[in-house]
Ligand binder design. Structure first.
Ligand code: IVH
Length: 670
């Protein structure tokens, strides 16, 4: 064969193998035997080894994996990958529907219900129909580049099909990578044979397999993938989610077939319940349903709130229950000093995971349910939440059993434990309690705060127990020598930790705010107040009133912030942090001098020049904020044709109402 003929044969084999792959994995309708497929694949592999320069970009030989990477690169998503808000029961699905119909001002609308696959969210990118890159969801904005690993997934098309529908020049799609029950069992069997740690559930196994630096390991794990959402797609438009699903199928993507178009919420609930009872018969885990508004123009009008779309909701399945025994109850102390009684259980399998501990919440809960050490109990796990004890089975209670009472001394520092009027929890009163100090430091260094790599629970315990650190600020006083002298600490690790500490000094302001552990200030609120105030100094001077005027900040958060900065111990810590160079700032002057600074907008009706997201982005870029419903705090309602109840409410509350033209004049966007 000359070069030209070889190229011809390579192309032919590539096309044929991809076609057989599609028939086997997507259509479930193979037309050749496994042995015949393997023979063709081997022929292609041989040709590619001889003529590597002729290898096609969509060659199926890439599925076997390639040489290990030294680490994953970051890949940012052109459109953030959102999460979903949850409906825990039927009632919450009903109120989702009521809200959506009210916001859209319609009586009827179609929903699409899909299973909520319990795996890992990923994004795939196709350029001119060829799979070119893929990433994990990560924090929603940036994920890890796992292209090599995704290529090994057998159902993932390496080239899209254009017979039924033209393929857009640039296409991003999102979906879930997961592992079937059988492969999970086999993998765990193999892990045990090799004396390796077993995976707790199929989701962890899928995550562990997908995040391998050696893609040959991923290739051996038989991961599944289903696609369900668009990212950015150029030169493509459809009107509904149902049509989008059809497009996915036309292009050759694997789509989960258990979806259903429902004309109203009653049908949604019916289908949700059906999937819930069918879930035991599926070969993979689903942890609920996802209900999406079918019309894409409606989705657009509903927009997003915080990190999740307002046009979709995850319907959770009811908790799974099991029976086991409470071996003992131990009080555990958190970073605020709150004591949580924890039941140590005879380990039991619960919806895919081994459960050995369950929270008992507080003394009132223990009393109300009358739960005692030695009891045989019903435990449950709802979705991902910490397992809990539902009730004791009284017939099986040992005769000598006694009610459990939270001890009046802290299990960590022996300080006084008291319960204040009106509080559900007992608190350890000793502010130097080592358990609290450890908790605060663990929170500060954690991934969602300062993200100091290598600073784990064990290290925190070692440092606090040896008296080397007593507050978060002390982290920055540590020396390399002190670290290296700790038990079981290698020089190299000590050095890495010192570097991680040093680089945390340039962490974003919101991370530092979150890390301080201010009561009721979580990650999202930390971001909100960081971008409003721009520095710790400015935040420290904010009054409760000023804080409350911030969109999404209420009186409880405002009080938490003010009290935190008033406390002299905290001031000492903040000064020390600043002295060590932790003083991140954001330039907020541009924003606060913005035309719309401090103004809150709501949009309703059909707008000509904006959708909800672009309007929000514009308002925020000028220092203002937006909300989805009218309240006393609203400054302006921008109303397009078809505005209904919001208009009425705005009129009642005396909120200024603008036409879209007036709004454009105001922002200078004509
Ligand atoms: S839609 C913007 N559909 O659930 C809508 N997500 O909690 C978000 N998930 O990160 C994606 N099955 O990883 C959608 N049928 C489905 C899903 C699904 C599972 C995951 C996804 C997402 C998470 C949100």
């Amino acid at each position: 064969m000359d070069q030209q003929q070889t190229l011809g044969r390579i192309r032919e084999l590539t096309i044929a193998l991809n076609e057989h792959n599609h028939r086997y994995y997507i259509l479930d309708d193979p037309i050749i035997s496994d042995a015949a497929y393997d023979a063709l694949l081997r022929e292609l592999q041989d040709l590619e080894t001889q003529f590597p320069e002729l290898k096609q970009t969509d060659s199926p030989t890439q599925r076997v994996g390639s040489l290990p990477l030294s680490g994953f690169e970051q890949l940012s998503h052109s459109i953030p990958m959102l999460s979903l808000s949850n409906a825990m029961d039927e009632e919450e699905l009903l109120s989702f529907d009521t809200r959506v119909r009210k916001d859209l001002e319609v009586d009827q609308l179609d929903y699409v219900v899909e299973p909520k696959l319990d795996g890992l969210g990923v994004e795939l990118i196709y350029v001119d129909g060829i799979f070119t890159a893929g990433s994990t969801r990560g924090d929603g904005f940036t994920g890890e580049n796992i292209t090599q690993n995704l290529r090994t997934l057998k159902a993932l098309p390496l080239r899209l099909r254009d017979k039924l529908r033209p393929v857009p020049p640039y296409l991003e799609v999102r979906g879930e990578v997961f592992m079937g029950h059988k492969d999970f069992e086999l993998l765990n069997q193999r892990q045990m044979d090799e004396e390796k740690q077993a995976f707790a559930n199929p989701r962890n196994a899928a995550a562990g397999s997908l995040r391998q630096l050696d893609s040959r390991i991923t290739a051996s794990r038989n991961l599944l993938i289903n696609l369900y959402a668009p990212g950015q797609i150029d030169n493509f438009s459809v009107d509904t989610h149902m049509e989008f699903i059809q497009a996915l199928k036309d292009w050759g993507f694997p789509v989960n077939e258990l979806y259903k178009l429902c004309p109203n919420i009653d049908h949604v609930i019916q289908f949700h319940n059906r999937l819930e009872s069918d879930r035991e018969n599926l070969e993979y885990d689903i942890d609920g349903t996802v209900t999406k508004v079918n019309r894409l123009d409606y989705q657009d009008r509903l927009g997003i709130r915080s990190r999740s779309p307002r046009w979709a909701i995850a319907g959770k399945f009811k908790a799974r229950q099991e029976i086991t025994k409470i071996l003992s109850i131990s009080p555990s102390v958190g970073r605020t000093g709150a004591i949580t009684p924890v039941a140590n259980l005879e380990p039991v399998h619960l919806g895919g995971v081994m459960v050995a501990r369950a929270t008992l919440h507080n003394q009132d809960e223990i009393d109300r349910k009358d739960i005692r050490e030695g009891d045989t109990v019903v435990v449950q796990r709802a979705g991902d939440v910490i397992p809990e004890v539902v009730k004791s089975i009284l017939d099986k209670r040992p005769k000598e059993s006694q009610p459990y009472i939270i001890p009046d001394r802290c299990p960590a520092c022996h300080g006084h434990v008291i319960r204040l009027e009106g509080e559900a929890k007992h608190y350890c009163q000793n502010i130097s309690c080592t358990a609290q100090i450890k908790g605060r430091i663990e929170h500060f260094v954690s991934k969602r705060c300062m993200d100091i790599d290598g600073f784990g629970t064990k290290l925190v315990a070692q440092l606090v127990d040896s008296g080397l650190i007593t507050s978060i600020a002390d982290i920055y006083v540590l020396t390399l020598e002190q670290l290296a002298n700790l038990d079981r600490m290698a020089d190299k690790s000590a050095q890495n930790i010192m570097e991680a500490i040093a680089s945390s000094k340039s962490a974003d302001l919101w991370r530092l705010i979150h890390g301080l552990g201010i009561r009721n200030v979580g990650e999202h609120i930390s971001k909100v107040i960081a971008s409003k105030y721009g520095s710790l100094a400015a935040l420290g001077e904010a009054t409760a009133e000023d804080l409350e005027a911030t969109h999404e900040v209420g009186p409880i958060v405002a009080r938490g912030v003010v009290e935190f900065f008033k406390d002299s111990d905290n001031q000492g810590i903040l000064n020390k942090l600043a002295k060590h160079g932790l003083n991140p700032t954001i330039d907020v002057s541009a924003r606060n001098d913005g035309k719309l600074s401090g103004l809150l907008f709501v949009f309703t009706g059909k707008l000509e020049h904006f959708n909800r997201d672009s309007a929000r982005v514009l308002v925020e870029s000028l220092g203002g904020s937006t909300a989805n419903s009218i309240s006393k705090k609203t400054d302006y309602l921008v109303a397009g044709p078809g505005a209904g109840s919001k208009m009425e409410k705005a009129t009642k509350l005396g909120v200024n109402i603008l036409t879209e033209d007036e709004f454009q004049t105001m922002v200078g966007a004509e």
